[in-house]
Ligand binder design. Structure first.
Ligand SMILES: *Cc1c(COP(=O)(O)O)cnc(C)c1O
Length: 402
């Protein structure tokens, strides 16, 4: 399908190819291998003289449909799928970097990305340098010397900090670096990193793209030459392939991505406004609220505020746990982007391993809650949050009366 269609159309029809049976839905090719009509055909396939599927570690028709759908949506040359979002990040970095290379990354990264840069890459003599993503002067200083790659997340997890993508891309390109953006929090619908200057875009499809809590998956999108000459040989030979079954689930998930993300953004904005009015809340972060410290940048480079709201409860861990334990509708979980609303306490779960110093640096406190807002009726969500906030005050005043 040509790339002129709009995102909602691409999400339903992009990449669709039908078999000789003319099925309506995308076919699930749950097969590890493929057969040849003749030994000559097998030989020609391995010589790259003809196009023929060989083995699902390299390519599979169900995966091809999803790769073409995501590439059309993103406006990227090519997409390759991986078994998880972390396999996508790891393959992007390890296929490109070698001993002696420099990588510059924003500090506010997903925990496992942080581990790859600070623990794994140094074992291979690859130097990772962290900067505060919102501080352009730090990017300028770090990119005043040659670098091979830049990795960043915007908005970041969990503090929803933004990076000025066009400004950092310009600095990175002047330093000779490829810019890779982990665009999970924004989704391809709310932020288009390639239009903003990035070279490579990475997703965990586990989040909004599946969006219904079923599968793990990852995707890397980038320029044709880098994907075919750098990424493909790495993944063909190291094997982070996505299962065709998971690719099929994600294809069907994409059909409703726009409906879900639009509604989740509306719910998130309403929840953020509700929370900002409550005395128990010290601070609310939502990129499209005027009180977000980078609101101007958010409205410049994003078309929606996203599906996550991060807030600080007055007090500390005790009050925050009391609030979370009093939630009746919202679940406690470390996942995000799901139809079900999910609350996370980053300090004791997703960000417990980075230690108190790094948490303080990122602004993650004992009262910080990350709320992934889902598709429930927003009035029910607000009632649930209100009752859980009342439960903090109730216990506190009961204590005061003792
Ligand atoms: C979840 C997530 C990942 C990792 O994805 P998995 O599918 O869990 O491996 C990477 N980056 C961000 C921003 C994420 O939210």
């Amino acid at each position: 399908m040509s790339k002129k269609f709009r995102p909602a159309t691409q999400l339903v029809r992009g990449g669709l190819t039908r078999s000789q049976h003319g099925e309506t839905a995308e076919a699930l090719f749950l097969t590890s291998g493929f057969v040849y009509d003749s030994a000559e055909q097998a030989e020609a396939t391995f010589k790259n003289e003809i196009e023929h599927y060989q083995y699902s570690r390299f390519a599979n028709p169900t995966l091809t449909m999803l790769e073409e759908r995501l590439a059309a949506l993103e406006g990227a040359d090519l997409c390759r799928l991986m078994s998880t979002g972390m396999a996508a990040v790891h393959s992007t970095l390890l296929s490109t970097l070698k001993t002696g290379d420099r990588l510059v990354a924003s500090r506010a990264l997903f925990g496992s990305c942080h581990w790859i840069i600070s623990t794994l890459l140094p074992r291979y003599g690859i130097v990772g340098e962290f900067v505060d993503g919102a501080d352009l002067d730090q990017w300028k200083a770090a990119l005043s010397r040659p670098a091979t790659m830049v990795l960043l997340e915007s908005p970041s997890n969990p503090m929803l900090e933004l990076v000025d993508l066009p400004a950092v891309a310009k600095l990175a390109h002047a330093a000779g670096a490829l810019v890779a953006v982990d665009n999970v929090f924004a989704t391809p619908l709310l932020q288009r990193p390639i239009d903003l200057g990035a070279d490579i875009v990475i997703y965990s499809t586990t989040k909004h793209m599946d969006g219904q809590g079923r599968t793990l998956g990852g995707a890397v999108l980038g320029p044709k030459q880098w994907v075919t000459e750098t990424l493909m040989p790495f993944i063909r030979n190291t094997g982070p392939a996505l299962s065709p079954f998971n690719a099929w689930v994600i294809l069907k998930g994409l059909e409703t991505l726009k409906l879900r993300v639009d509604q989740m953004c509306r719910n998130a904005a309403a929840v953020a406004d509700f929370l900002s009015e409550r005395a128990e809340i010290a601070k609310v972060l939502y990129p499209f609220r005027p009180d977000h410290p980078q609101h101007a940048l958010a409205v410049k480079q994003m078309s929606g505020g996203g599906t996550l709201v991060t807030f600080d409860i007055q007090g500390g861990k005790e009050e925050t746990f009391r609030f979370m334990n009093a939630l009746r509708l919202v679940d406690i979980s470390n996942n995000l982007g799901d139809s079900k609303s999910l609350a996370t306490h980053p300090a004791t779960t997703t960000h417990s391993r980075i230690g108190p110093e790094e948490r303080a640096r990122l602004g993650i406190g004992d009262g910080t809650v990350r709320l992934s807002v889902g598709l429930e009726d927003v009035a029910d969500l607000i009632e649930d949050l209100a009752e859980a906030l009342d439960a903090i005050g109730g216990a506190a005043s009961a204590r005061a009366a003792e």
